[in-house]
Design a protein around this ligand. Structure first.
Ligand SMILES: NC(=O)c1ccc[n+]([C@@H]2O[C@H](COP(=O)([O-])OP(=O)(O)OC[C@H]3O[C@@H](n4cnc5c(N)ncnc54)[C@H](O)[C@@H]3O)[C@@H](O)[C@H]2O)c1
Length: 333
């Protein structure tokens, strides 16, 4: 039986990926230090005898080695995302040391390696849609938010370099904003999380900047189908592939759609927040962020299929259940 190691297994994407790999017949070893994950996300997986979970920090190589056993594929999703939730140090160190350790496990066992990088590595490149060979245009290190993109860019270099040195089969996926049930309910989970939460509580929707910046939003089941495809693809070795939807939506449009889907009528109540009020230090945003999806289709046979309104309806229904439970919100933010 094929065995997969999923890091960050109690997180949003990795918990769904764990379910998907179990459904594909794998044995799955999941590890997470629960810094942003939640064991509730693994309730379905925990009912499956082919799943084992270990509370382990991916920065601790010895602990990681102790629990993984024989592995055919490493799916490395553990990461520290937005620096403003602590300091950039966490983002830089977890994403570099954790990736080095996950890579070491893959190299030691000649296992396949898949890592989730981010669309943020394209940075402020004004040419959209972003093709995988496009330039990475990051702002200066004095703007802390770029620590995330820089750490993932380092990861990408490390993956390609070690895969070449050791000869393992590795695939880098650049994930574009994913949403759905189990998403984190703060900005850590993305603007849709915060907007749904505000609307369901009857509060005004916080919009960063002028709200005309655009993104694409990919339903979690689509994102996970793309990651699982990369675990088995035959022509994706040493490749970088975008995983996302090509539908471009402004942040204001996203707020309007969610408001309407929640039963709101007319214009949504929004509060514009200037960028200099978001972070302690200077903040820079990305004006347009849309993937070129051709390589994903060619190498992985992957295309996002869920319409935004359909995915949002499912997400709103899931998120509605948590509104009365403030303790849960505190738990996962
Ligand atoms: N969700 C998105 O839209 C999106 C977009 C771009 C990239 N990604 C990437 O996808 C991956 C998963 O993202 P997510 O949105 O599910 O985030 P998430 O925070 O829900 O999941 C990450 C998980 O990693 C765990 N983790 C963090 N540090 C750890 C450590 N030192 N040891 C062990 N576990 C640790 C957290 O507890 C969490 O459960 C990340 O690599 C992220 O960079 C996600």
């Amino acid at each position: 039986m094929r065995r997969a190691l999923v890091t960050g297994a109690a997180g949003f994407l990795a918990s769904h990926l764990t379910d998907a790999m179990l459904a594909r017949g794998y044995e799955v070893v999941g590890v997470d230090n629960l810094s942003h994950g939640n064991l509730r996300n693994l309730e379905q997986a925990n009912r499956n005898p082919r799943f084992q979970f270990y509370e382990v920090d991916v920065c601790d190589l010895a602990a990681l080695r102790n629990c993984v056993g024989r592995i055919d594929v490493v799916l490395h999703l553990a990461a520290y995302k937005i620096p403003r939730y602590s300091t950039a140090t966490n983002t830089l160190l977890v994403n570099s040391q954790g990736t080095l350790n996950a890579l070491r496990i893959a190299c030691e066992q000649s296992a396949r390696f898949v890592i989730t990088s981010t669309s943020d590595v394209y940075g402020k490149n004004p040419v959209v849609p972003f093709a995988e060979d496009a330039d990475s245009v990051l702002g200066p290190p004095t703007v802390t938010r770029w620590a995330y993109a820089a750490s993932k860019m380092f990861d990408e270099h490390l993956v390609l370099a070690m895969a070449e040195d050791v000869g393992i089969y590795a695939t880098i996926l650049r994930i574009f904003g994913s949403y759905g049930p189990r998403q984190n309910l703060s900005w850590w989970g993305g603007p849709q999380s915060v907007f749904i939460d505000a609307i369901l509580r009857g509060e005004t929707i916080p919009i960063h900047g002028d709200g005309l910046q655009t993104r694409s939003f990919t339903f979690v089941q689509d994102t996970v189908r793309g990651i699982a495809a990369a675990a088995e693809a035959e022509t994706a070795g040493q490749q970088i592939v975008n995983i996302g939807s090509s539908e471009e939506v402004s942040i204001l449009e996203l707020a309007s759609r969610i408001y309407r889907l929640c039963g709101g009528i007319g214009r949504p109540p929004v509060k514009m927040i200037p960028y200099d009020e978001i972070a302690q230090r200077k903040y820079e945003d990305v004006r347009r962020r849309i993937p070129d999806t051709r390589k994903a289709k060619e190498l992985l046979g992957f295309e996002a299929a869920t319409l935004l309104d359909e995915g949002l309806k499912e997400t709103i229904a899931w998120q509605r259940q948590w509104i009365p439970e403030a303790a849960y919100l505190g738990n996962i933010m």
